[in-house]
Design a protein around this ligand. Structure first.
Ligand code: FES
Length: 386
């Protein structure tokens, strides 16, 4: 065995030795024209993954008193970056003294980005900070900074089954509306069964669009499930394992997007279906962790390149990221769900709580004391470097 390795290495060295004169000849005979200042592959990468995008509200559709859809177009000459159906953009907002971000799934199909627009749907969240601000302040022409499309909640034929059962709750329908649009126009190739749970028929968002897509494309089926009322053509109750089995084909992936209570319920229901783990996908949740026990306020000492030391209040029922934003400290963030790592910060000292289901840290980060403040909650006074 040892002899074999030595022989192999000698062979490699001989190969390299032969290359030297070949390369030297190429240098001697190469034209002396200057190298290009840009390369097509780099330009394509920049278009697909811009650091930020300046967008402008092109039009607004009022869906209900507390829900609006915003069509966003590029505010600069560049077209908005292309995306995979299911991805989100993170809007950067300045509200009062706070600079914060909010991720919104893109509801329009990727083909719309090629025509110059994204559509997002914003639903007012009770006690919400950003949703109310957007709904009350965004008008046609409002400009906003957004991230490039991000996230991994998209259909991938190498990993997912040829049929996808999409379980949606409330405004969690938006990534599936995008996916349905992509299936209908041929961008994605899979069978879609969208099972959409709402309290009443009035709470169903984008019903006309969903019905139009399913009528147009035989690969798309939409089932409405109402928990608090009955309506003709709708299922009544919750999205149970039984209901999923009723509409699912033999082999399928399940994608879930909706409120936190729905996630807890569906996790239990999906266990009954014994699906391979790779066929179950939950969209990252960006809300706060539910408050447990008594609310307490601690001190968080913050250090950053431009902050020598600043002590801010930090509650145990709000993420450290929210505390930073509330204090007017501009912290990096994107998904707000513990997944992307964009907010990664060093925990210098103190005890924190990280919900297991939102702990997207790498092993090295766990070992060396890094946290994702968007999903980390103080348990006492802490010190962090952002
Ligand atoms: S913003 Fe994505 S992990 Fe914190």
């Amino acid at each position: 065995m040892q002899k074999f390795i030595i022989k192999s290495n000698l062979k490699d060295i001989a190969c390299f030795a032969k290359m030297i004169p070949v390369r030297a000849a190429k240098f001697r005979t190469a034209p002396s024209t200057p190298l290009p200042t840009s390369y097509a592959v780099n330009e394509t990468a920049k278009l697909l993954h811009p650091r930020v995008q300046k967008l402008r509200v092109k039009s607004i559709e009022e869906i209900s008193q507390d829900v609006k859809s915003y069509v966003l177009e590029a505010a600069e000459k560049k077209a908005p970056a292309y995306f995979r159906a299911g991805q989100y953009i993170s809007l950067k907002l300045k509200i009062g003294d706070s600079v914060l971000t909010r991720p919104y799934s893109i509801a329009s199909p990727p083909a719309d980005a090629l025509k110059g627009t994204y559509t997002i749907t914003v639903k007012r969240v009770s006690d919400g900070f950003a949703s109310g601000y957007i709904l009350d302040n965004f008008t046609v022409g409002t400009e906003v900074t957004a991230s490039a499309p991000e996230g991994t909640f998209y259909y991938e034929p190498l990993r997912d089954a040829p049929a996808v059962v999409c379980l949606a709750g409330g405004s969690g329908i938006t990534p599936f509306l995008s996916l349905a649009g992509a299936v209908a126009d041929g961008t994605e190739d899979c069978e879609l069964i969208i099972i959409y749970g709402c309290r009443t028929e009035n709470d169903i968002l984008h019903k006309d669009k969903l019905d139009t897509l399913s009528a147009k494309c035989p690969k798309i089926k939409v089932v409405y499930v109402l928990s608090d009322s009955c309506a003709e053509g709708c299922e009544q109750g919750f999205i149970t394992a039984e209901l999923i089995k009723k509409y699912a084909p033999a082999v399928y992936s399940v994608f879930v997007c909706g409120p936190a209570a729905m996630y807890a319920f569906e996790k239990e229901e999906l266990k009954k279906l014994n699906l391979p783990e790779k066929y179950i996908r939950f969209e990252t949740q960006s809300g706060e962790a539910p408050a447990t026990g008594e609310t307490k306020t601690f001190e968080c000492s913050v250090y950053a390149r431009d902050i020598k030391k600043r002590v801010i209040p930090c509650r145990n029922d709000e993420s450290i990221l929210t505390a930073l934003e509330r204090a007017g400290i501009e912290a990096q963030s994107m998904c707000r769900g513990g997944e992307c790592g964009f907010c990664r910060s060093k925990l210098i000292s103190g005890e924190v709580f990280v919900p297991e289901e939102n702990d997207g840290r790498r092993i090295a980060d766990l070992k060396f004391g890094y946290i994702h403040p968007c999903r980390t909650y103080p348990q006492g006074n802490i010190e962090i470097r952002i």
